[in-house]
Design a protein around this ligand. Structure first.
Ligand code: ACO
Length: 325
């Protein structure tokens, strides 16, 4: 049976120039390099410059992905930008990216699923492609989380950073088997009962302010390991594959201990897990495409490899996407 598959044509990413070490964080809050590294695996994070917006990071990542794909922005039909830290309440930051890239047709919108945003955006673009409505899509995850951190709260401000990653998807014909290249299956979940475990205490229709990130870290940790292992198995089951078939797990880079817990639960050896949290910290919706771009450009990911992308974030939201490179 012939079907349409979304193939990744190119990847790109961008990190702001300013690197903030754990030592620098100790000058802001009562913390230590030892505490941060042992609890999270984070060594440094990048923070955007004062005049650098989420769309600026997104544009740079998008340009690199388009360059690798060898295609012009004019030939894109769709842009989905996953972000929880848009430039403005509206218009969508995706519209700013669209204009900057010189794309005057098609459509662009933002996607809000916090740390799961990229997986949600990828699944959305894939469904537009599979429905035959879109041939080429640009999927971006971009965040300036430094703008919503409370730099007096040591339990959260050491965990997050800024960055952007992007992929170009293109419709190709597949045979409908798990040997096809492209996205094989995507699975999304949310459970709003847990919204108060990870949230921002502001917003246009509640406080009229931007607000700060708040989190009950232990509860998030507990749910993350269970939900992530579950959605990974759900994705593999859907196409009749097992964790042994995976070449790469590309998780949302929240915390090294969550990554280790998830891969242990799945029985995956650590060398199959792409880990960038040490250098990038948690960049929310940007973390998966950032990690993906690193592993593509350093040559680890090769044509035919089976990749599993997974994430969990505020809401709670969580999801996974299984694809063959
Ligand atoms: N430096 C030093 N001490 C700290 C810091 C810090 N930055 N932050 C907290 N502590 C202290 C606490 O005050 C507490 O002290 P106390 O025992 O005197 O009260 C102690 O460390 C232990 O605090 P816990 O919150 O219990 O620490 P825990 O071992 O759970 O680690 C952490 C905290 C790293 C946040 C962990 O819960 C975690 O990884 N949670 C997952 C959350 C996450 O990664 N979220 C990212 C967003 S969601 C997502 O992307 C999936």
């Amino acid at each position: 049976m012939k079907i349409i598959r979304s193939i990744v044509r190119g990847t790109g990413s961008y990190l702001p120039k300013r690197i903030v070490t754990n030592e620098e964080m100790t000058r802001m809050v009562d913390t230590s390099d030892e505490w941060i590294v042992s609890r999270t695996g984070i060594n440094v994070r990048h923070f955007a410059a004062d005049d650098e917006k989420t769309s600026d990071l997104a544009i740079k990542a998008a340009e690199r992905a388009l360059e690798m794909a060898g295609i012009d922005a004019e030939s894109l039909d769709m842009i989905v930008l996953a972000t929880a830290t848009p430039d403005q309440t509206f218009p969508a930051s995706a519209a700013t990216v669209q204009a900057a890239l010189g794309m005057t047709s098609g459509f662009a919108f933002d996607m809000q699923a916090v740390c799961s945003g990229f997986v949600y955006a990828l699944a959305t673009a894939d469904n537009f492609i599979k429905a035959g409505q879109v041939k080429r899509a640009l999927v971006i995850g971009a965040e300036t989380f430094s703008r919503i951190l409370d730099f007096e709260d040591r339990t959260t401000c050491v965990l997050f950073g800024d960055g952007a990653g992007a992929v170009v998807l293109e419709a190709h014909e597949g045979k409908g088997t798990s040997d096809d290249r492209g996205i094989l299956t995507s699975h999304l979940h949310s459970d709003g009962r847990y919204r108060d475990l990870l949230y921002v205490d502001g917003g246009p229709s509640s406080t009229g302010t931007v607000g700060h990130l708040r989190m009950k870290g232990r509860d998030v940790f507990r749910h993350a390991v269970v939900n992530l292992a579950s959605v990974v198995n759900e994705s593999l089951d859907a196409v009749g594959l097992t964790a042994d078939d995976l070449d790469w797990l590309i998780p949302h880079q929240a915390n090294k201990r969550i990554l280790d817990g998830t891969s242990r639960k799945l029985g995956l050896p650590p060398e199959k897990v792409v880990v960038t949290v040490g250098k990038h910290s948690n960049t929310s919706a940007a973390s998966i495409p950032l990690a993906l771009d690193v592993a593509v450009r350093d040559g680890r990911i090769k044509e035919g490899d089976l990749l599993l992308l997974e994430a969990m974030g505020g809401g709670f939201t969580w999801g996974a996407s299984l694809l063959r490179w």
